[in-house]
Ligand binder design. Structure first.
Ligand SMILES: O=C(O)CCC(=O)C(=O)O
Length: 251
């Protein structure tokens, strides 16, 4: 379980780290499954761009509903938990793409912007192979204007922030061992460097919102979110603001 200090850090600094969230056969199974997926990517697909894989992969969907992970998430957002999205970001050895500095909220239309990301380390993720970096406290700045990245084809995202306005000495490297996880808030400024090392760096990001957060389906980003499936993975629909899928994805 998360300690009071971890929960306080999440709210005050915008992130926290939790060790050994997934262990034993669960962790071994995830690593084996990811190895298989990455070895069998469709031709031309980069391993960083595995967006929403839980919608087509029952194994990953089950991982997104893993009781041990939901127990942690519940401590942050409460008992009614909605699986909003997920993204497998694997940076191959020697060739992994940079994730530009950004705020996740730039890509989402949620009311309120209450959502937590659980970043689960599939591989060891350290400075050498391009671990995630966060700038603590930046979540209090609210939405910041993003710019289309000049070299977006070499990046995981097409938009980024003018980072010169931030003190990069304050950035924290989120170094994790397989099975560890971090949590971050939707407005915290974060990113990661390319992976030039000889070690793959794979993380699985799981995004959860409380059932009181509404996914706006008919707003400015409706082409992305209009028909996006969301799942009540724990608790009850107490707020009635979303349309949930009734069945888990099947193979
Ligand atoms: O995996 C990374 O390096 C960045 C992940 C990220 O931007 C996120 O989980 O929101």
């Amino acid at each position: 379980m998360l300690t009071t200090n971890q929960i306080r850090q999440y709210h005050n600094d915008g992130y926290t780290i939790h060790r050994r969230a997934l262990t034993g056969t669960d962790l071994a199974g995830l690593r084996e499954h990811v190895d298989y997926l990455l070895a069998n990517l469709p031709a031309g697909q980069r391993p960083e761009h595995q967006d929403m894989p839980h919608l087509r992969d029952p194994y990953l969907f089950r991982m997104c509903s893993h009781p041990a992970l939901l127990d942690l998430v519940q401590q942050i957002i409460g008992p009614d938990i909605v699986l909003f999205s997920s993204h497998l970001i694997a940076k191959a050895k020697g060739d992994g793409l940079e994730v530009p500095w950004h705020q996740d909220a730039e890509y989402w239309e949620l009311e309120p912007m209450d959502v937590v990301t659980l970043w689960l380390a599939v591989d060891e993720s350290v400075v050498e192979n391009g671990c995630m970096r966060v700038i603590p406290g930046t979540q209090t700045l609210g939405p910041i204007t993003h710019f289309t990245d000049e070299h977006k084809e070499d990046k995981v995202l097409d938009r980024g922030l003018d980072i010169t306005r931030f003190d990069l000495n304050a950035a924290v490297n989120i170094e994790l061992q397989p099975g560890d996880c971090s949590f971050h808030t939707p407005y915290i400024v974060h990113g990661s460097t390319p992976n030039r090392s000889q070690k793959r760096r794979c993380g699985y990001t799981l995004r959860f919102m409380p059932a009181s957060t509404k996914l706006v389906r008919d707003g400015a980003m409706s082409r992305f979110w209009k028909d996006h499936p969301v799942f009540l993975v724990r608790g009850e629909d107490t707020a009635g603001v979303n349309r949930y899928e009734v069945e888990a994805p099947s193979a």
